[in-house]
Design a protein around this ligand. Sequence first.
Ligand code: PLP
Length: 395
Amino acid sequence: MSITPLMPVYPRCDVRPVRGEHCHLISEDGRRFLDFASGIAVNALGHSHPGLIAAIQQQAATLMHVSNLYGSPQGEQLARRLVDLTFADTVFFTNSGAEAVECAIKTARAYHQSAGSDRFEIITFNNAFHGRTLGTISASNQDKMHKGFLPLLPGFRYVEFNDLEAAKAAIGPQTAGFLVEPIQGEGGIRIADQAFLQGLRALCDEHDLLLLLDEVQSGVGRSGTFYAYEQYGIVPDVLATAKGIGGGFPLGACLASEKAARGMVAGAHGSTYGGNPLGMAAGNAVLDVIGDEAFLADVRTKGERLRSRIEQFLGNYPELFDSVRGRGLFIGLKLKVEPRGFVAHMRDNHGLLTVSAGDNVVRIVPPLVIDDSHMDEFMEKLSAAAATYQPAVAA
Ligand code: PLP
C-alpha cells in the first residue's frame, strides 16, 4: 500500500510543528519559526495565549458538549456580543468557514423561498474562495477546485470581481443575492473597491436581493476593524465568519439581520457541534481581546507600520518584488515571480512562515498580537531571504 494514513490531499512541507510560543512555532526537529502565517489567518492571538488556554481548560473541565436541543447560556452570551459588535440581529454557530458560508447561502435561499418566491441563484466573483464543500466549491469559478468533483451544485453565476456593471448585468429573475469577500484572501489580498461594494449594496436594495459577505479570512480584526465591511460605509444582510473567531479552536458563525433570517425558522438548519460550549468559551476569550476598539486601533497602526516598512524595502530587489497591498495585518506582497518558491525559501532557509496566494502574492498574516520586535525579526528574515533567493521559474 502506498497511500499515506493522512489522505494525501495536502502537499505538506517538511516542517512538522509540535509547539507554539506566542508568535513562533517550534518543529519536531527543534527549529524555531517566526509565524507570519498564523495557520492561515487563524491564530489571531498567537500561540499559547493565556486567556484562551484558561477559557478552554476551564470549559473543558466543566461541560464540553451538549446538544442544541437544550438552552445555551454560553452560546447566548457569544451571540449577544457579536450582535452588539455588528449589523447582525441573530447568529448561527458552525465549526468552520465553509459551513458558515453554506449557512449564508441557505439563509439567502430561505429568505426568498419562505416568502413564496423561487429565487435561488447567488452571484459570486472570479477568483473567490469560499471553502471546499460541494456548495462552496460551486460558489467559486476556480476550475482547479472543481476537477474530479463534478457535477457542481446549480445556482451560482460568476462575474468579474470589482466589476459593478457585470454584477448588475448578471441579475436575473432567479437571483437571490451576491456573495463576496470584501478582501479576497486566497485570491491574493485583492481589495474590493468602495464603489463596488456600495454599488452591490444599492443593487440589493433595489432588487430585494441579499448581500452576503464572506469575512472568514478578513474578519475578526484582521483588516484593522472588527469586520472589513465597516471600512466601506455599508452593512451586509448576512456575513460568514470563522478562522480568527476561535483563535485556533474550530469555530465559525453565520451572522444575519432579522429580515434576512426570516426563513431560518425552527427545524430549518442545524449542526451537532455548532455552538458547543467549548467553542463558545474560545470565542468569548477571543472577543475579550479583539472586541475592543483600542486593540483594533493598534492593529491598524501596526499594519500601516509593517506595510510601509515592506514598501520601503521593495525597491532593493526590483526583479523580485512588485508591490505591497492590504488592510490592517492582512497584507499581500506581490512578487514578479511565482510565490511558492520564495515562501518555501523563507521557510526552509530563514525560519519565516508566510502563505502563498493567487496573483503571485505572498500573504503576510501574522498574529494580531505582534509587537515591534516581531516586525524587526520579520524584516531581517525577509531581507536575508531576498538577498539569497534565486527563483527557479519566472512568473
Ligand atoms: N471563505 C474564505 C474567504 C476563506 O478564506 C476560507 C478558508 O480559507 C473559507 C471560506 C473556508 O473556511 P474553512 O476552511 O474553515 O472551511
